[in-house]
Design a protein around this ligand. Sequence first.
Ligand SMILES: [Cu+2]
Length: 183
Amino acid sequence: MQQQPILVLFLALAGITTIVFTYIFVSSKKAAQSEKGMSNPLKKRFWFSLILFVILSIFTTATLPDSPYYLFADETPAKVVHVAARQFTFFLSEKAIDPASPTGEDIELPADELVEFRVTSLDVNHGFAIYNNSNRLITQVQAMPGYVNRLRYKFKEPGQYDILCLEYCGMAHQAMRASFTVK
Ligand SMILES: [Cu+2]
């Protein structure tokens, strides 16, 4: 589990940022303590900061459970698909892909079951973005050389899904696509 330390790091950075801003806010208040009453612009700033803080806290608390870090984390995928991106194509296979001579195959995935994509790149950074048949982006992950990024998803609708590269990777980037079927 690589995600947990990253989440802790981001929370620590958020904490440090909050402390720095609080320090600046408190010290700037001290400097103008002689001014009292509602006309004091620092009072407005205090209420603005407090309301902003409350709104952002509510949004953070409400949206954090939907974070992809936790998505299907405690489930075992019904199917694993290996993905290797290379200028300018995607190889998809149910078996591990040999980086020296990558090959792909037609992929058929079950609907309503957990699928895990293990995504890597054989050259430069690419994007691995999945679009449904209304051309709507439904999920995505980076394809990076030297890393295997796991993307878990449950496809609700049967049909054909397209994979497009979301990271500008060279002259034929816009032609870099693949597809798979959900039944
Ligand atoms: Cu690209």
